[in-house]
Design a protein around this ligand. Sequence first.
Ligand code: NDP
Length: 428
Amino acid sequence: MHTTLERVLAKYPHESYFIEATQEFFSSLSFEVEPTILEQLLHAERIIMFRVPWIDRDGITQTNYGYRVQYNGALGPYKGGLRFDPSVNLDILKTLAFEQTFKNALTGIAMGGAKGGSDFNPKGKTDAEIMKFCQNFMIELHRHIGATIDVPAGDKGVGKREVGYMFGAYKRLTHSFEGVLTGKDIAFGGALGRTEATGYGLIYIVNALLRDIKQDLEGKRVVISGSGNVAIYAAEKAIAEGACVIAMSDRSGYVYDEAGLELQAIIDHKLKGEPLETFTGARFVHELPIWSVPCDIALPCATEGEINERDIKALAINGCKIIAEGANRPLTKEAVDAIQASDILYLPGKAANAGGVAVSGIEMSQNAQMRAFTFAEVDTQLKAIMESIYVQIRNTAKELGEPTNFLKGANHVAYAKVAYAMKAQGYV
Ligand code: NDP
């Protein structure tokens, strides 16, 4: 391991997730990274941590912890989601902010990388409690963000409702109506197409890859984990392109139909708050991982670490040819290594799920211009961005002599953009 990497990471021995992600990233580069840049890229530019007191429905003051990791601002204002979940800690947020920096670089839009959130658990809270928490969270965060400084978005536990409450709080605290958050309601600056963006973008990049190997989605058997935002819109677009989505999952297990799932029925069922376990429109399985289903294309769209080495072997044996990550880091390190030893083509999340942040970038741009793009305008831009990401990472992988190593291609392209800007700005 590079001595700078070893020395810096030794300072954070408890941050195992961050250590794994950074080691994996830098070891994928085929050259020795300049020590100054390496040292800077191993440290967030700024980490803000704060206490969030709020009053619950019984009038009792609760205390949570809030964070914003402004990881790297070389390419534009810091940009990345806010996550409200009990699992939130600095290790996870630093890792996601590090990854976000490179994902954002791939989009070609002027955005730095950040991530933030709180260990607040929105599950089981009343609407008023959520509102109070969001307002109190913003009482501290508003000092550190702004339309040209840092533009947070939603993530797990933070949807349109929470973004709206935080936007309202920011507006009152700063006396400024500006594009400080993305993922807003369409009524006050949100972008049409943001909801669909990550799922649609995933299919656009898969299509770009398929075109390259003289194939298309028509008749392909697709397995998608999750049945949330990313999964649903990936399924919708895949079906529209002629694919057959044969399995989808949630925390309770997966549903399967060789003839193709009835997507609208699944959406309606999940909207009622029901688990797939009680869905009667297809066979339900919970004893086996969804990755045991034979398919041509696997799209992990649920959560971190959901595919392990054993799953990759099962997918390869069953004929899977493409894995594209809709979720963030859904493959374990061992799974990523196992893919490199198989003939599965792998599109890593920092490229494959960049559609969401790309449309957030489009939302920033329409807010700055005080206008609103149509759905078709947004969708056309999204498609062009995803296709451009594919071309960049494919060409770089080719230049590196490993034409199907899109992970290496993506890391090299993204690193080059970020490192160039850091150096050109005087190593900051
Ligand atoms: P949602 O919360 O809308 O959906 C998540 C889905 O995954 C739900 O169906 C959930 O099941 C399922 N799920 C969660 N954990 C597990 C598990 N351990 N096993 C099986 N299923 C599970 O999230 P999103 O669709 O928005 O995000 C999914 C992933 O994509 C996350 O990793 C997120 O960070 C990433 N991502 C999202 C973007 C976006 O724009 N939304 C952008 C880029 C990345 P259940 O219904 O039972 O809760």
